[in-house]
Design a protein around this ligand. Structure first.
Ligand code: PGA
Length: 250
C-alpha cells in the first residue's frame, strides 16, 4: 500500500482527479469505457467538486464512463435526501455528462431480503459484464469500515446486505435529524468486489480518522476487525492522507 500525504482536501481533490482523468482518457482513447467505483460521505466531496470543475472547463468528458457506487442504506427512497442515490446526484451526477443508464448504485429500498439478494447478484454481474472496475474510490470509517463492510468476525465476499454497527449509526447520525432515523442496515459491495478493482484509492482526512490511519501506517496486520486492512492484499492501492490526520498520528 503506497501512502501519499497532501496538504489539504483541495490538494487531495486535485491529486485523485488527475489519476481519474488520466485513466479515463487512456481508456476512451482505446475506445473502451472507463469504469469508476464511487463512494459517498464527506471525504470524496472535494474530488467531486474538482471533477465537476474540470467538466465545466471542457477538460473531461464522462460520456464513456460507467460508475458503480459502493453502497446504499436499506429502506430509504432514492428521493430521500439522506439516501446515497440523492447524495450522488446532488454532488456529482447532476453536474456532469455521465449517462443515466451508465450510473449504478445499489438499490436497497426493496421489499424483502430475497429481492435484495437478487439485486445484489445482478449488481455483481453488471460489474463483471462491464469488464470490472478500473479505479475504486474509498473513504474509511473511524472504525475501519470500507463501503459498509463493518468490523465483525466475518466479512461478506460479494455485494450483499449487512447490519450497521452502533459506532457507524452514531457517526452517521450527524447527517440525520435524530439517531433513530439512521437505517440499521445497508447493501454494500463485498470485500472481494472492492478488492477486484484494478486500482484502489482510499482517502482519510481529518484528525477523527487518526486511530484507524495509525493502525494502517503501522502495518500491524490484516484483521476483520479493521476491514480496510484487507487492502494490504491489493497490488495497486494508494492511501491518501491530509496533513491533519498524518500529524495526529505522530
Ligand atoms: P466520511 O465517511 O467520508 O463521511 O468520513 C467515510 C466512511 O464512513 O466510509
Amino acid at each position: 500500500m503506497e501512502v501519499k500525504v497532501l496538504k489539504n482536501k483541495e490538494e487531495i481533490g486535485k491529486f485523485v482527479s488527475n489519476i481519474i482523468e488520466e485513466k479515463l482518457k487512456e481508456k476512451n482513447l482505446n475506445n473502451e469505457y472507463f469504469k469508476l467505483g464511487l463512494a459517498t460521505g464527506s471525504t470524496p466531496i472535494p474530488i467531486y467538486q474538482e471533477l465537476v470543475k474540470r467538466y465545466n472547463e471542457n477538460k473531461i468528458d464522462f460520456s464513456k464512463t460507467i460508475t458503480f457506487n459502493l453502497d446504499e442504506y436499506v429502506g430509504l427512497e432514492e428521493t430521500n435526501d439522506q439516501s446515497y442515490h440523492y447524495f450522488m446526484n446532488d454532488n456529482l451526477f447532476n453536474y456532469i455528462n455521465v449517462k443515466k443508464e451508465n450510473i449504478n448504485i445499489p438499490l436497497a429500498n426493496l421489499d424483502n431480503d430475497d429481492e435484495i439478494k437478487k439485486f445484489a447478484l445482478e449488481y455483481e454481474e453488471k460489474i463483471k459484464k462491464a469488464g470490472g472496475i478500473d479505479i475504486q474510490i474509498l473513504g474509511i470509517g473511524e472504525n475501519g469500515h470500507i463501503g459498509f463492510n463493518e468490523p465483525d468476525n466475518m466479512l461478506i465476499i460479494n455485494t450483499g446486505k449487512v447490519n450497521l454497527t452502533e459506532d457507524t449509526i452514531k457517526v452517521n447520525s450527524r447527517f440525520f435529524e435524530k439517531i433513530d432515523d439512521v437505517p440499521k442496515s445497508a447493501v454494500t459491495m463485498g470485500m472481494k468486489t472492492i478488492l477486484d478493482a484494478d486500482k484502489i484509492i482510499i482517502i482519510a482526512t481529518g484528525e477523527k480518522k487518526k486511530e484507524v490511519v495509525k493502525f494502517l501506517l503501522e502495518k500491524k496486520g490484516i484483521t476483520t476487525s479493521v476491514p480496510a486492512s484487507f487492502l494490504f492484499l491489493h497490488k495497486d492501492c494508494i492511501l491518501v492522507l491530509d496533513e491533519d490526520v498524518k500529524n495526529a498520528c505522530n
